[in-house]
Design a binder for this molecule. Structure first.
Ligand code: PEP
Ligand code: MG
Length: 589
């Protein structure tokens, strides 16, 4: 057995034979053509370009239908690359001056462009390199009369292992057959991650050397939640994961039965359960898993998946559509959280030495007022279509929140003076993700309509542990007393000031932790929609009184080990065995 560490792209476990996706390099035929053959060879080349353009257009329409306009825009970049004048001219010149056949001429010109791309030290161009290679291969396939290996035609169940997937490949993955995906490159916000998440396919990216070790048909396990790929797993590992998959399937059947029941404890206490989304089409999962609205819409994905800044019109259309579909349930739109690990070339956010302490989220929005105003205008315009709320990420001081709120008030006035209707009861929230915000929660409560605790960041900033760094992952722990105390303080403030408190970080989607959060007095929980049934089941299995008592005792304990032991002992049924463990990477390659 070999274990490959990667980055979690889509949670879930897949077990199956490997399909190695290695779109072959083409054998390019070299010929010298006679003078008289030049015009027809140029013509053949141009025909190949227009055939490929037609294919891309077709793919674009398919993707637009299946995944929405934002994803389809990726193909506009492909079309632009295909129409690149330099590549076209260089090919034609090689045909005309060197008398190369079209295949060989294009291949030469293409290799040169590929090398030029390789030499550029810029994230944007590095990301576009795989797009370029894909385009080049498509043109060569046409010229050589060969079919490219297409994942679309996969007709047996398999785990797709590839160096990388193009956006087109990821968007076309046949969900009936693709059990899981593992790629050698990519990050949490790369196209593969975004698209596999939308399609609900367990996936791990950045496995580095997986292709060199894997053979077609090898058995593999993709553990998307932990970011691990097991190649030819030993019996014990296989059995453990088979049991996990079975347990998950059984649970899903059971969960479906209470989809429409409320998240209510045995003694009648109700918690609202909302869903987190990154893409508009995830609204389907929101509805399928019975979420009472969207508690966190991570709007930066509108910018990450696009090659242009989304306009006010585009954004307003998306927010309004979602609000209408969710109504009467809420749509909580979080304003842009770019920076940190989410870099967008359209904003030229450059890598920084300390990205999580740097130019990120609200800081970036406040420094780009026109961009921020565009988003706020779009959100406010959509407010009359349903229950739209806005919240600002990474607020670390009162000044920052007031500045953002002032801008919102100004934008609202502008819209009204233009005769554009805005919901008069529009709610504005603060994300509590930085300890400084938690510590001034009482002051923020005077200004905010609601709090949303972003525990993913709150844990990293409270414990000084980079949430994406595997080396310190063993320190990243929601059950550290310091983290729990901060959450309790914010919840108490919310209660005393009549400000509703939501938790929208990963903690909210964990059944055991959700009980603890409920016991602390959190009003609602927002999570990845697929996690919602498990949380609902846990809430329905016990009383609020029990959860309160549990939380009270946990907050008196001094170490995370004591807390884990106590929870394991106290939580009823199989909940006690589901307490999240800290990540320990020892012994893995
Ligand atoms: C969080 O920090 O908990 C959160 C919900 O925001 P994100 O994960 O997008 O940073
Ligand atoms: Mg956050």
């Amino acid at each position: 057995m070999k274990i490959f560490k990667g980055i979690q792209a889509t949670p879930g476990v897949a077990i199956g034979p490997i399909f190695l996706h290695d779109p072959e390099d083409f054998w390019v035929d070299y010929q010298l053509i006679p003078d008289a053959g030049v015009p027809s060879e140029v013509e053949r080349f141009q025909q190949a370009l227009s055939d490929v353009a037609e294919d891309i257009q077709e793919t674009r329409s398919h993707v637009e239908e299946r995944l929405g306009t934002e994803h389809a825009q990726i193909f506009d970049t492909h079309l632009l690359m295909l129409q690149d004048v330099a590549l076209k001219d260089a090919t034609v010149e090689l045909i005309e001056t060197k008398r190369f056949n079209a295949d060989y001429a294009f291949w030469q010109a293409f290799q040169k462009l590929r090398k030029d791309f390789d030499a550029i030290q810029d994230d944007f161009f590095r990301d576009r390199r795989s797009d370029l290679v894909n385009i080049g291969k498509r043109v060569l396939a046409r010229l050589c009369g060969q079919e490219m290996v297409s994942l679309e035609h996969l007709n047996h169940e398999a785990i797709v292992v590839a160096h990388d997937l193009t956006p087109s490949e990821a968007a076309h993955l046949p969900t009936d057959f693709v059990l899981g995906v593992a790629t050698e490159v990519g990050g949490p916000t790369s196209h593969t991650s975004i698209l596999t998440r939308s399609l609900g396919i367990p996936a791990v990216v950045a496995t580095e050397t997986l292709m060199a070790h894997a053979e077609p048909g090898d058995l593999a396990i993709v553990d998307g939640g932990r970011g691990r790929v097991f190649l030819n797993p030993d019996r014990e590992t296989l059995e453990r994961y088979r049991a996990e998959v079975k347990q998950f399937r059984d649970r899903q059947v059971e969960w479906a039965s209470f989809r429409d029941l409320p998240a209510e404890t045995a003694d009648g206490y109700r918690v609202q359960l909302h869903g987190n989304i990154e893409l508009p089409q995830e609204i389907e999962a929101i509805q399928a898993y019975g979420a009472e609205g969207v508690g966190l819409y991570r709007t930066e994905f509108l910018y990450l998946g696009s090659d242009h800044l989304p306009s006010e019109e585009e954004q307003a259309e998306i927010y309004a559509r979602l609000a209408g579909q969710l109504s009467p349930h809420p749509l909580v739109v979080r304003t842009l959280d770019l920076g940190g690990d989410k870099l967008s070339h359209v904003l030229s956010v450059k890598p920084e030495a300390n990205p999580f302490l740097g130019w990120r989220a609200i800081r970036l929005s406040l420094a780009n007022k026109p961009l921020f105003e565009t988003q706020l205008r779009a959100i406010l315009r959509a407010s009359v279509e349903g229950q739209v709320r806005v919240m600002f990420p990474l607020i670390s001081s009162m000044e920052e929140f007031l500045e953002a709120k002032d801008l919102l008030v100004k934008v609202e006035k502008d819209l009204r003076s233009e005769g554009v209707p805005v919901d008069p009861d529009f709610k504005v929230g603060v994300m509590i993700e930085v300890p400084s915000a938690a510590l001034i929660a009482d002051q923020l409560a005077e200004e905010a309509d609601f709090f949303s605790i972003g525990t993913n960041d709150l844990i990293q900033y409270t414990l000084a542990v980079d949430r994406g760094n595997e080396k310190v992952a063993y320190l990243y722990d929601p059950l550290q007393p310091a983290v729990l105390r901060l959450i309790q303080q914010v919840t108490d403030v919310g209660f005393n000031y009549g400000v509703p408190v939501t938790v929208c970080g990963e903690m909210a989607g964990d059944p055991c932790l959700s009980i603890l959060l409920m016991g602390m007095g959190v009003d609602s929980l927002s999570m990845s929609p697929r996690l919602l049934p498990g949380v609902k089941q846990a809430i329905r299995s016990l009383t609020f009184e029990f959860a309160q008592e549990l939380a009270r005792t946990v907050l008196e304990l001094r170490t995370r080990d004591e807390i884990r032991r106590y929870l394991a002992q106290m939580l009823p049924g199989d909940l006690g065995g589901q307490i999240p463990e800290v990540v320990v990477l020892e012994g893995e390659e």
